[in-house]
Design a protein around this ligand. Structure first.
Ligand code: SF4
Ligand code: SF4
Length: 135
């Protein structure tokens, strides 16, 4: 992946918004990878949790949006508990989902889910999924 680094992006409204929703200034991540090593969903992620935190620090919102990672994250908080620098990555993932949904962007189109799938899925799982994946 080719990344463009600039101070404008690092001090962008996007980074401020992540910190604001997150409720804390992002602590320094030194890319040890412990978050990704313990993540039970990393096998399905296009970008690993440590890569996401680096992209957030660099203000590269578009690159984060191109990957499926924030939607695959199961909010299990393993990454937050493993981080030696106190980065609450699970909350960062939640902040990134909220920022996307506030733009009225749905990750799942409810109208495109086949009727048979809806009939088979447990209702509670569907409601939980829609809360997480739709604006
Ligand atoms: S565990 Fe913490 S310090 Fe290590 S890569 Fe992940 S966020 Fe960064
Ligand atoms: S909260 Fe998300 S990113 Fe962190 S370990 Fe769990 S699934 Fe992975």
């Amino acid at each position: 992946m080719r990344v463009e680094i600039s101070t404008k992006r690092i001090y962008s409204d996007f980074v401020k918004k992540v910190e604001e929703i997150n409720g804390q200034t992002l602590p320094p991540c030194y890319q040890c990878g412990k978050c990704s090593a313990g993540c039970p969903m990393s096998f399905a992620m296009e970008l690993l949790p440590n890569q996401i935190i680096r992209l957030v620090q660099l203000g590269l919102e578009e690159d984060i949006a191109k990957s499926n990672t924030i939607w695959i994250c199961a909010s299990c908080i393993t990454c937050s508990l493993r981080c030696p620098r106190g980065v609450d990555l699970a909350r960062v993932m939640e902040a990134l989902r909220l920022i996307t949904m506030r733009k009225n962007i749905d990750h799942v189109k409810i109208s495109e889910i086949p009727q048979e799938t809806i009939a088979e899925l447990p209702q509670l799982a569907m409601v939980g999924g829609f809360r997480k994946l739709t604006a």
